[in-house]
Design a protein around this ligand. Sequence first.
Ligand SMILES: *Cc1c(COP(=O)(O)O)cnc(C)c1O
Length: 217
Amino acid sequence: MSNEWQNRLATLQERIARACESSQRDPASVTLIAVSKTHPIESIRRFYDLGVRDFSESRLQEAQPKIEVLPGDIRWHFIGHLQSNKAKKIASLFDVVHTVCKENQIAEMRKAERPVDALIEVNIAAESQKSGLLVSDVEQFAEKHLEWEQVKFRGLMTVGPISDNAADMQPYFRQLAEINRKIGGSWLSMGMSHDFEVAIQEGSTHVRVGTALFGAR
Ligand SMILES: *Cc1c(COP(=O)(O)O)cnc(C)c1O
């Protein structure tokens, strides 16, 4: 069993390295975030023992007991819907929040007792059921919040539209990278199990991979 985990991680790291190579990027410029939502503490610990230090969760209630018992050198990334009434707590437990898109979320996160890295979530294909800012609103929102103080703005994040063909994502990822450059962001959180290679080719610095590591949820 432990070999199986090791193989999955090695295969994934190899694919990331190859995607970097094909776009002349340093593999060290891409952080692999293991998306551990719905998976138990023991599974997280297996990947921790294999050297993974970035994990992400999408629900505070599920994440809190995991964060409490797992080693303190894990960087926890919040990738779920950011409810304002939980934003302060989330900012105090997590190291990076990927899903900021509203004023009142920032106000709440500022009340946390420590600084937190933050990304603005962009609804890149303007899908009605998705959260995140529309492309047309990103620049103004980012400008207004350049001085976020404790909430340190790092860049943009997106979950692209669902498609069977990862190549379909390329124009969306390219557009997100362009906006990120324009507003001076340095991190770019894009790419999941089925499309991280395309995302890396378009400049992703943080790929969020669940299924390809942990198996199906
Ligand atoms: C669940 C989730 C992922 C991981 O998706 P996989 O397809 O399992 O790799 C990435 N990003 C977000 C925002 C998610 O909610």
